[in-house]
Design a protein around this ligand. Structure first.
Ligand code: ATP
Ligand code: MG
Length: 348
């Protein structure tokens, strides 16, 4: 559950500070739109922090996974560029970190076949995040790719032997699948030497930021405030954010999720506690809360937004970043696949 993962994350933070060289981080996003505040405080902020601590970093743009919940991937090139821009703007450094697209690394996908053989259909069926995403899917029928994408994700993480995965709460069930696959592969084929690590999830202090409609902020639910949005759009979106009918503002995530998520957002931007923000607003109510959040977000994002528009003027640099990242990822995937084939004694 989430609280166990949060406790584990605190332990991990200690270990990372002591010896960042022990860790290899893999995370990523689907190219389905621009990154938003949920991503930022759920995982992006951690990615940059760990990169800067010296953790080797891989960021995957999961383009094949766009097809899990829709029939066609619209404007894929544009969305991929948007993600690269967002990464650069928040401080992912392509000299130290490898940014790559899933489809450019065929050896990675080849890992999926042996991995599929290591999980049962019943196990895949139980995954609560897959159930939730099916409920929000644009497809009427559940595709095989939707059903198996946690296994796909295991290949994404294990191809580079990632052992640290900064993610939001929705990813915890998937990470369990990855751990299971790594363990079973080692048991079945490892001959005493494990081939894969069992990666750990690293949760942030905002593992589930809500969108303006009060459900998980998501690229594809039209409830997100993107990093790239301008100050006016941010103000407009937050003005329309769902709150509740209680006048007095209090921080109470269990009973007042919408108001509390807004308070948390302001607090994260201002590096203080949400309770403190709540006290300050108190009887001034929801309108004052939204004003505070808007100012906090716009101030926090201003330098990120400025950097983003600077990078947007240099498309050659974006393309080079991806080309070099893809090359590095391909070399790593080839080496892992060779190891897997040797362990399986296979001719596949
Ligand atoms: P989509 O709607 O296309 O699924 P998404 O907004 O859910 O997009 P993903 O690309 O699926 O974004 O997720 C990328 C990463 O961001 C994952 O680690 C996920 O846990 C994290 N994340 C996404 N939304 C949130 C959120 N609202 N709060 C915290 N973390 C989040
Ligand atoms: Mg998602």
């Amino acid at each position: 559950g989430t609280s166990a993962a949060q406790a584990r994350s605190a332990v991990l933070e200690e270990l990372i500070r002591k010896d960042p060289g022990r860790f290899r981080m893999l995370t990523g996003d689907r190219p389905t739109g621009r990154l938003h505040l949920g991503h930022y405080f759920g995982t992006l902020h951690n990615r940059v922090r760990l990169q800067d601590l010296g953790v080797e970093t891989y960021v995957i743009i999961a383009d094949y996974q766009v097809l899990t919940d829709r029939d066609v991937a619209d404007n894929l090139t544009g969305h991929v560029e948007d993600l690269v821009l967002d990464y650069l703007a928040i401080g992912v450094d392509p000299r130290r970190s490898t940014i790559f697209t899933h489809s450019a690394v065929p050896a990675l996908n080849q890992l999926m076949l042996p991995f599929l053989s290591l999980v049962s259909v019943a196990e895949l069926n139980r995954n609560p995040t897959v159930k939730d995403e099916i409920a929000h899917s644009r497809q009427s029928a559940v595709s095989g790719l939707m059903f198996t994408y946690p296994v796909h994700q295991a290949a994404d993480i294990l191809f580079c032997k990632g052992n640290l995965v900064p993610v939001g709460q929705d990813q915890l069930p998937h990470l369990e699948v990855t751990r299971t696959i790594a363990r079973r592969f080692n048991d079945r084929y490892g001959n005493g030497t494990p081939v894969f690590p069992q990666p750990d999830a690293l949760l942030s202090h905002a593992p589930l930021l809500l969108g303006t409609d009060g459900t998980k902020m998501s690229k594809s639910r039209r409830n997100a405030i993107t990093l790239a949005a301008d100050a006016d759009e941010t103000a407009r979106l937050l003005k329309g954010a769902r709150t509740d009918s209680e006048r007095h503002i209090t921080y109470d995530p269990a009973h007042r999720p919408e108001v509390s998520s807004l308070l948390l957002l302001a607090a994260l931007c201002q590096n203080r506690r949400p309770e403190e923000v709540a006290e300050e607003i108190g009887a001034a109510g929801a309108a004052a809360l939204k004003k505070t959040v808007t100012e906090a977000v716009n101030e926090y994002l201003a330098p990120i937004r400025a950097r983003r528009s600077e990078y947007a003027r240099d498309r050659a640099f974006l393309q080079r970043t991806l080309r070099e990242g893809n090359e590095r990822a391909r070399a790593v995937a080839d080496a892992t696949l060779a190891e897997v084939r040797a362990a399986m004694n296979s001719h596949y």
